[in-house]
Design a protein around this ligand. Structure first.
Ligand code: SF4
Ligand code: SF4
Length: 399
């Protein structure tokens, strides 16, 4: 009979504890958590086995295990754990460390997960956008020219090259880091199991499952999270559609779309001619009658309501399920800031409150940068890694 030698990695155990799994060592392996978890498969269920893997520092087993992502942090197990070991939070800590392992460079991942680095991380986009404003003479804000007497964010910070240039770079950087991370994670997963069947079929069934948030119906303690999570999720998708639409408007399709939707009203963003001539000014805001505004405002509202509901749910279930760590709260704070500053920018601009409107728009740009550029290292990345784990689980028959 062959024997497997287990070498505990004590450094890893300390890292789990530092990352939010403080109660890890309280676990005495009673398996109540596994019994109460409504989403775990019957075969080789979680989270008891992950608790012992984490206690023993078996990082390869944990990082190559799709189960850490199949758990959707409903916290039922934490609520029923007789030892207060908080298995839901421990799995959250392991997921955070999994993101740190796969998202390169690792030091950036560690910085995003550590509150001591928050100010330097915010300082990057603040310095960048202040530099742009200073380059075009828009500091202080009172220098910013008005367009036809109205506040214009386009003349405050021209989309081309500053806003578009920055966000295209940030977005592509995030995309590349996430793609490399997913490939590395898939390799880890494939060490423990062999995926079979159709990748396309697994992706389709995973996406359908995510769209209806089926798993959320199965948990007890935090069942109220489903609506909130759906609002945040679809709010995000709506804002992504809004951003893509505004990009299309700006890069040439705006005339066609403007005629199509607003009966010929000129929706001038930046025309190719103006770009060639280097004229960034002379541009007006998209009118409220445009579908871009409808989708954008509806999505921002969904996001805002979703975040408030998530906050209420988190506080209401804190005694049973834990209040969450810095990592969770940072994500909620960034999403809230993006939504709130977006809405406030629009309303303060319409109310002609120039100083406030420019400040809100500045914060909006800073928070969007934070959201996108640091996405591969933040809780945002869980969308990608969880989806990957679900696809892998579908393909390897782990339902
Ligand atoms: S985490 Fe809690 S419920 Fe789960 S095995 Fe350990 S002590 Fe039992
Ligand atoms: S947090 Fe919820 S889904 Fe995750 S292991 Fe615990 S009970 Fe299961």
């Amino acid at each position: 009979m062959s024997e497997k030698v287990i070498s505990p990695d004590l450094g890893f155990v300390k890292d789990v504890i530092r990352s939010g799994g403080e109660s890890l060592k309280k676990c005495y392996q009673c398996a109540t958590c596994t019994v109460v978890c409504n989403v775990t498969p019957e075969d080789n269920p979680f989270p008891r086995k992950e608790m012992i893997q984490a206690q023993w520092g078996l990082k390869d087993e944990l990082f190559g295990n799709p189960d850490i992502w199949l758990c959707h942090q409903c916290s039922d197990c934490s609520a029923y754990c007789p030892r207060g070991a908080n298995p839901g939070e421990v799995l959250g800590a392991v997921r955070k460390m999994s993101i740190e392992k796969h998202s390169k460079p690792a030091f950036l991942a560690r910085m995003v997960g550590d509150s001591r680095w928050l100010v330097p991380l915010i300082a990057v986009p603040v310095a960048l956008f202040l530099m742009f404003l200073s380059m075009i003479g828009n500091l202080p804000f009172s220098n910013i020219p008005r367009i036809d007497g109205a506040i214009s964010f386009r003349s405050m910070m021209p989309l081309v090259p500053f806003v578009d240039g920055t966000f295209i770079l940030a977005f592509n950087f995030a995309l590349i880091v996430l793609a490399v991370g997913v490939l590395s994670y898939w390799k880890d997963l494939s060490r423990n199991a062999t995926p079979q069947g159709s990748l396309v079929g697994a992706i389709i069934s995973t996406v359908l499952e995510i769209l209806v948030h089926r798993k959320f119906d199965q948990c007890d303690v935090a069942s109220g999270r489903k609506i909130a999570h759906m609002l945040v999720f679809f709010g995000f998708i709506g804002l992504a559609v809004t951003t893509s639409l505004s990009f299309l408007y700006e890069w040439g399709l705006h005339r066609h779309l403007a005629h199509l939707f607003v009966d010929g009203e000129a929706v001038m963003i930046v025309t190719p001619e103006a770009m060639k001539a280097g004229e960034w000014e002379g541009v007006s805001a998209v009118p409220m009658s445009d579908p871009l505004k409808w989708i954008g405002n509806a999505s921002a509202l969904a996001l805002a309501v979703g975040v408030v509901l998530l906050l209420i749910n988190r506080v209401a279930t804190a005694a049973k399920a834990g209040i969450g760590g810095y990592y969770d709260w940072l994500f909620l704070a960034v999403v809230t800031t993006v939504g709130a500053t977006g809405i406030l920018s629009q309303f303060t601009r319409m109310a002609d409150m120039a100083g406030l409107a420019y400040s809100m728009y500045f914060l909006h740009l800073v928070s969007i940068f934070f959201l996108f550029a640091y996405a591969p290292y933040s809780k945002m990345a869980h969308m990608v890694y969880r989806t990957t784990a679900m696809v892998f689980a579908n393909m390897s028959g782990r339902k």
